[in-house]
Design a protein around this ligand. Structure first.
Ligand code: CP
Length: 332
């Protein structure tokens, strides 16, 4: 049975999922509970439920993705929605079509929701202000990756049985990480202590106002931690220019069995993927029992099913989305 978290007044976090930064513990818990009720669908012989039959989801990814895009596609299909993937490099974007014109075109084709990944922070929010369909942030620049944070929260709750009172170390390229920014919000709201561990060059300016403790030495930063989350060094965002060399970074900040002995007993080792093996985390540590990397991927499907269901399920399109008619083009 689907967890009863879908209020009649619409999605509990508004018509779009742009950020997790203002979600209350109650909303976060409701999403996790809804995801829990979708987990069993993935274990059925027919992995489908009809809750989004007749709805259409479009994946629009301006940056590469394996997990997020495939996971949204599988999640939507398990909910019986139709799914289209629009790849900007093979679309009219290459002819100069703007982001907003692209999304309005997708909307005119009948999309009920669009998942947007974009290199610019704020791009999904910009679109959400100008369209009627549901906009889901699939990762924008260094800003937010809401469903990654939700699936990380879900994975920790599944594997550790709770979130409140845990100490979580987030290790690595904090500067460029939308995953870190989203996780810091959700973890601290749910009562975890968050530590950031990174070289000074990979810590953002203004960190003193964040609800975290900062460490520069890995051994000290992960000491006694229940969860150690390594982040990908974002070489496509020039992270390589902030460290002396990959081998030096791996020596000082790479996770391996020896260094993980400093953490609490049986620590949960996480990584959002894709992993730069031998850089953020050693080859052998990637797939040992304490590693949650593939659980994160698996649980991501249920979490995205929950998000799609809460946004697009069980209600008719209403006019309460606050969309000015001039922005939507008004009448034809
Ligand atoms: N974690 C994550 O966002 O992975 P992808 O880039 O493969 O989607």
């Amino acid at each position: 049975m689907i967890h009863d978290f879908l209020p009649t007044g619409g999605p509990p976090f508004g018509p779009h999922l742009l950020s997790v930064s203002s979600m209350s513990p109650e909303v976060l818990t409701g999403i996790l509970d809804t995801a829990e009720s979708f987990l069993e669908v993935g274990h059925q012989s027919v992995k489908k439920v009809p809750v989004l039959r007749g709805k259409t989801l479009v994946n629009l990814f301006y940056e590469s993705s394996t997990r997020t895009r495939s996971s949204f596609e599988i999640a939507a299909k398990r909910l019986s929605a139709d799914v289209i993937n629009v790849t900007p490099s093979q679309s009219s974007v290459t002819k100069g079509e703007s982001l907003i014109d692209t999304v309005r075109t997708i909307e005119a084709l009948g999309a009920d929701g669009v998942v947007i990944r974009h290199p610019s922070s704020g791009a999904p929010a910009f679109v959400a202000d100008r369209v009627r369909c549901h906009v889901i942030n699939g990762g924008d620049g260094c800003h937010q990756h809401p469903t990654q944070a939700l699936l990380d929260l879900f994975t920790i709750r599944k594997r550790k049985g709770r979130i409140k009172g845990l100490t979580v170390a987030i290790v690595g390229d904090i500067l460029h990480s939308r995953v870190a920014r989203s996780n810091i919000s959700t973890l601290t709201r749910m009562g975890a202590q968050v530590r950031l561990v990174a070289p000074p060059t990979l810590i953002p300016a203004g960190i003193s106002s964040w609800p975290v403790t900062v460490f520069h030495r890995l051994e000290e930063g992960i000491a006694g931690c229940d969860v150690v989350m390594a982040l990908r060094l974002q070489l496509e965002r020039a992270a390589g220019g902030f460290i002396p060399s990959l081998s030096e970074y791996a020596r000082l900040y790479g996770l391996n069995a020896r260094i993980l002995e400093k953490a609490a007993s049986d620590p949960l080792v996480m990584h959002p993927g894709p992993v730069n093996r031998g850089v953020e985390i050693s080859e052998e540590e990637c797939f040992v029992k304490s590693s949650a990397i593939l659980s994160q991927v698996e649980y991501g499907v249920s979490v995205r099913m929950a998000v799609l269901y809460l946004l697009m399920g069980g209600r008719s399109e209403e006019s309460s989305m606050g969309v000015p008619s001039s922005e939507t083009g008004g009448k034809e």
